[in-house]
Design a protein around this ligand. Structure first.
Ligand code: HEC
Length: 178
């Protein structure tokens, strides 16, 4: 081999060493310094998601009086609302759901709450059970009554027009409701 080719190889060798040092330092940086790279991270998040799905869910059927104001029932009602109502009334109940855009009248803004059929718990329960005549608001009698009460509580928790309940009437109406 000539001196020239040895010089060339030495240059290549130095470049190789530099590259290796760079690559090795990069990995050291990734593994020990960069906080976002934790090879156990994905496993942990999957585990915590699984733990969550095993947590006991709120059981509305255990509520003896789901018509009595209760923040847990209202919070559960929010989940029933997302399934059955948000497509028309919008996720926040502002009447802006995609499926309602073309309806006339449009789905009600439940936060404003200009009730045609009353905003007390009994009236709202009846609206949810029977629908609202002359509009596309369907009846939800097929939704179990505890879920309809949870919806009533959710609506009353978000509306600015929360009509006073007749407590005595509600006490007899609730247990008889179907
Ligand atoms: C197909 C679309 C649609 C769905 C789904 C829907 N609504 Fe409605 N809703 C309407 C329309 C339309 C109105 C009437 C608006 C009006 O009269 O101005 C209405 C009105 C209402 C009212 C006002 C009643 C009153 O007395 O004025 C309430 C409360 C209500 N909806 C609750 C719900 C709840 C809770 C659900 C889910 C269980 C639901 N809606 C599902 C379209 C829908």
């Amino acid at each position: 081999m000539s001196d020239n080719s040895q010089d060339y190889n030495r240059g290549g060798f130095i470049a190789f060493i530099f590259t290796m040092v760079f690559v090795v330092s990069f990995f050291i940086y990734l593994i020990f310094i960069h906080p976002g790279v934790d090879l156990g991270e994905n496993v942990k998040s999957v585990e915590s998601a699984m733990a969550k799905s095993n947590e006991p869910k709120f059981d509305i059927t255990k509520e003896k009086e789901p018509w009595v104001e209760n923040a847990n029932v209202a919070a559960y009602g929010a989940t029933v609302f997302q399934t059955n109502c948000s497509m028309c009334h919008g996720e926040k109940g502002l009447g802006d759901g995609a499926a309602g855009a073309a309806l006339n009248p449009k789905p009600r803004n439940l936060v404003e709450g200009q009730w045609k059929n009353g905003g007390d718990s009994i009236s709202l329960f009846n609206t949810l059970s029977n629908g609202l005549a002359g509009t596309s608001m369907p009846g939800f009698a097929q939704v179990k009554k505890e879920d309809r009460w949870a919806l009533v509580q959710f609506i009353r928790s978000i509306t600015n027009n929360k009509t006073q309940d007749d407590v005595a009437k509600l006490k007899t109406f609730g247990p008889e409701s179907k």
